[in-house]
Design a binder for this molecule. Structure first.
Ligand SMILES: NC(=O)c1ccc[n+]([C@@H]2O[C@H](COP(=O)([O-])OP(=O)(O)OC[C@H]3O[C@@H](n4cnc5c(N)ncnc54)[C@H](OP(=O)(O)O)[C@@H]3O)[C@@H](O)[C@H]2O)c1
Length: 331
C-alpha cells in the first residue's frame, strides 16, 4: 500500500513523503478501509506546517476525510461492516491520503454504494461546518431568517447557500468577483454583493430593511466588520477562518450600541462535545442530502497519490474554482 506520511513539520512540499508499506492490521474496534477518494483541504496544510490546533508527529499519515470500502475489521468490531462503503470523519485519528487506512468504526459513516465518490469524500468537514453554522447560532427556527456570509463562493459557502435554501433561510453573500457572484446566485442565494468600497451601501440596498440573524466569516478584516454592521440587535458574527490573514472584527459601535456578539467555530470542538448518536444522526442527514443531489460542491481536479507534489503545488499556488481530491485505484 501507499501513504503520504509526515516527515517533519515544515512547508508542505518538504513535510511529507510517499511510503510503500504493508497494509495495516485493524486493531480493537477498528476497520481496514480501502480508500476511494480523499479531499485536499486548506486545513491539511495548516496541520503539516504546525499552524493548526492539532500537531501531527512524524510518521502520521496525512489527510483528514475521505471515502472508501471496509475490507476487514479488528477484534470487537462489527463484522457486518465488511464490504460496506464508508465516509471517514475528520477526527484526526486516521490518515486518508493512503490507499489503505485503519480507522475506529465509530469514525465511519456507512454511505450508499451508488453515491458520487468525490461528493461523499467531502462529507466530513465542509458540509457539517455549514450545517453547524446554520443550526448552532442565532435563531435557527425563525421564519424568514437572514444569514450573511463572506466568501459565498467557497466550498463551505456553497454548502451553506444550498442548505439555507433547503431550510427556507435567506442568504446575503459577499464575494470578490463577478463570476463568483453568478455562481453563488445559481446555487439559490437570495442576494449576492461584490466586495469593494461601497460594500456597506450595497448590503443595505440588498437587505432592503432586513437585518442578519447571523453573519459567518472566513475572510476576516474589513469585510467582516461591514457585514457585522448589518446584524440584528444581539445578532452574532461567527468566524471560522481568516483567509485574508486578518481577524474578524466588529466595530465598537455595533458591539455596544447593537449588542452584537463575536464568536468562533471549529468543527473539531463540536464533534468532541456532541453525543456520538447526534454526530452520527446529523452526518446521516447530510449523506441523504448529498445522495439526493440537494448538496454538492464543485470539484476542480483529482490526482493520483503518485502526483502528490503537483497536487500540493496546485492547491497552494493556483487560483481555481472547486475542490481538489486524491483518488485511488480500486479493484
Ligand atoms: N473552523 C472550521 O471548523 C472550518 C471548517 C471548514 C473550513 N474551514 C476553513 O474555511 C476556509 C474555507 O474553506 P473552503 O474549503 O470552503 O475554501 P475554498 O473553497 O478554497 O474557498 C476559499 C475562498 O476564499 C476566498 N479568498 C481566498 N483568498 C482571499 C483573500 N485574500 N481575500 C478574500 N477572499 C479570499 C476565495 O475567493 P476567490 O474564489 O475569489 O479566490 C474563496 O471564496 C478555509 O480556511 C478552511 O480551512 C474552517
Amino acid at each position: 500500500m501507499q501513504r503520504l506520511a509526515l516527515t517533519q513539520i515544515s512547508e508542505p512540499a518538504q513535510s511529507m513523503q510517499l511510503l510503500t508499506d504493508d497494509e495495516p492490521t485493524p486493531g480493537s474496534g477498528e476497520a481496514l478501509v480501502q480508500m476511494e477518494a480523499a479531499t485536499i483541504n486548506p486545513s491539511d496544510f495548516l496541520y503539516v506546517t504546525g499552524q493548526y490546533f492539532l500537531t501531527p508527529t512524524p510518521g502520521t499519515t496525512i489527510g483528514s476525510e475521505g471515502v472508501g470500502r471496509v475490507v476487514a475489521v479488528g477484534p470487537d468490531s462489527d463484522t457486518a461492516l465488511i464490504g460496506k462503503r464508508v465516509a471517514l470523519l475528520p477526527t484526526y485519528r486516521h490518515g486518508t491520503w493512503a490507499t489503505y487506512t485503519t480507522a475506529l468504526a465509530t469514525d465511519l459513516i456507512v454511505v450508499p454504494d451508488g453515491g458520487d465518490a468525490l461528493q461523499l469524500a467531502m462529507l466530513g468537514i465542509n458540509p457539517m461546518t455549514a450545517l453547524r453554522l446554520l443550526r448552532d447560532y442565532g435563531a435557527p427556527d425563525a421564519p424568514q431568517r437572514w444569514i450573511g456570509q463572506t466568501a459565498g463562493n467557497s466550498a463551505v459557502g456553497e454548502y451553506l447557500v444550498k442548505l439555507a435554501h433547503h431550510f427556507g433561510h435567506r442568504t446575503l453573500n459577499v464575494v470578490r468577483r463577478e463570476q463568483a457572484a453568478k455562481d453563488v446566485a445559481s446555487w439559490g442565494a437570495d442576494r449576492v454583493v461584490i466586495d469593494g468600497p461601497n460594500l456597506d451601501a450595497d448590503i443595505t440596498d440588498a437587505l432592503a430593511g432586513n437585518t442578519l440573524d447571523v453573519a459567518v466569516d472566513s475572510i476576516g478584516g474589513p469585510s467582516s466588520t461591514v457585514l457585522g454592521h448589518h446584524l440584528r440587535y444581539d445578532g452574532t458574527l461567527v468566524t471560522y477562518a481568516f483567509i485574508s490573514g486578518k481577524p474578524s472584527e466588529l466595530s465598537i459601535l455595533d458591539l455596544i450600541g447593537n449588542h452584537a456578539n463575536l464568536t468562533g467555530f471549529w468543527l473539531h470542538n463540536w464533534w468532541q462535545r456532541a453525543a456520538l448518536a447526534q454526530v452520527r444522526d446529523e452526518y446521516q442527514q447530510l449523506v441523504d442530502l448529498i445522495t439526493d443531489g440537494t448538496l454538492s460542491a464543485r470539484v476542480n481536479r483529482t490526482f493520483a497519490l503518485d502526483d502528490w507534489r503537483e497536487a500540493i503545488d496546485v492547491a497552494q499556488t493556483h487560483s481555481r474554482d472547486g475542490k481538489l481530491l486524491f483518488t485511488f485505484p480500486t479493484d
